[in-house]
Design a protein around this ligand. Structure first.
Ligand SMILES: [Zn+2]
Ligand SMILES: [Zn+2]
Length: 147
């Protein structure tokens, strides 16, 4: 969803509510993970001349366990807060410089979410993985190999 920020930048107290689902085409496969049912809820608002974008992202991650390769689903929920600016004089990662007074919230939300997903994804904390000799799933029991 692309939001026109001009009216928000130009008037204190102005706000837009966000409550929508990111379309499947914007998700797809990213870094070997698939995100599904991605919903965004939040608000863009101008308070005292500063434009804030706060939202929560809820989604399901479909991934493969790094140890046993079993596919699994996991639900995530994160809150994000940003300050939007038209231009910035200093390098400040907290500010998002918006191009042409609009912002693509889908892209931002998906990027934010991906940064929160751990790089190592396990189906469960204590996943035993696969036997490196016979390839058996050790979560299902010992295979009997001499390891
Ligand atoms: Zn596993
Ligand atoms: Zn084995």
């Amino acid at each position: 969803m692309v939001i026109d920020l001009k009216p928000i930048y130009d008037a204190e107290g102005q706000s837009v509510e966000l409550d929508y689902r990111v379309s499947e085409e914007r998700l797809g496969e990213i870094k070997g993970c698939v995100l599904e049912d991605f919903s965004v809820k939040g608000k863009v608002y101008n308070r005292a001349g500063i434009v804030h974008l706060n939202f929560s992202a809820a989604f399901t991650l479909k991934a493969e366990c790094d140890r046993c390769l079993k596919p699994f689903d996991r639900d995530y929920f994160f809150d994000f807060k940003h300050i939007l600016v038209r231009t910035v004089n200093t390098d400040n990662d907290e500010y998002i410089v918006t191009q042409g007074d609009s912002i693509d919230v889908d892209e931002l939300a998906v990027q934010d979410a991906l940064l929160q997903i751990p790089t190592k994804l396990l189906c469960k904390e204590d996943c035993k993985g696969l036997c490196y000799i016979c390839g058996a799933d050790l979560n299902l029991g010992e295979c009997g190999c001499e390891r």
